[in-house]
Design a protein around this ligand. Sequence first.
Ligand code: MF3
Ligand code: CO
Length: 258
Amino acid sequence: MPLELYSEREIEKIRKASRVVAEVLARVAEMVKPGVSTWDLELEARRLAQKLGAKPAFLGYKPPFSDESYPAALCISVNDEVVHGLPKEEKVLKEGDVVSIDFGAFVDGYAGDAAVTVIAGKGSPEAERLLKATREALYNAIEKALPGNRVGDLTQAIYETARKYGFKTVLRYGGHGVGRKIHQEPFVPNNPKDVGKKNPRLRQGMVVAIEPMLTLSTEETVEDADGWTVRTKDGSLAAHFEHTVAITRKGPIILTEP
Ligand code: MF3
Ligand code: CO
């Protein structure tokens, strides 16, 4: 499959979906407090998405890496969970929990995808620093989202930012093209070891979800018996930020903003 390029009109459609994603994420992030269950966030995301005329992209979606469809609208990954954490009624947030929330949605046949990490109540200085580094890694990568650069330049920006703080980036998980589908090529690695020989060039009209996943101390992850939840191998904290970004001649446009 060749890399899909989008017209300005299509990018506007991706922006529409992305705006809903931003609004839903802002709302559920604001709800994150000790005592709130991750299922409460899930219900609010579903309600608000429907109200805004969007269809959650992950709910019922079968990603290439799984034999089953994902059972929720949100991925909520707490503390050592990196990505794909399942919302659950019995999973009640505690003071200091590091909560990554990932949401994607379709409007009118086009999708946007974003993630944020927030802390329930007051976080440790180390957790705050991890969030700061991960957000910075995202924005440093976005700056490199220019026609003519390569996917590996985004990876490098993420990796260098993590390293500057003494943190790690995970292997095997990363960003992706987005638009007509929630996941398409190119894969955007978070770790330079995953940058392949192809290392495609970014072109005007490409839309990518850039999603750094940083950990305190390891590149390795393990998958839970539930078949979804990915956690750090050493149990250290992880954080995740993501934006959907259009690559244009005038520079990167962050679509998942209000
Ligand atoms: N974390 C993924 C992303 O942002 C989405 C997970 S898809 C799922 O691209 F359905 F498996 F949850
Ligand atoms: Co994504």
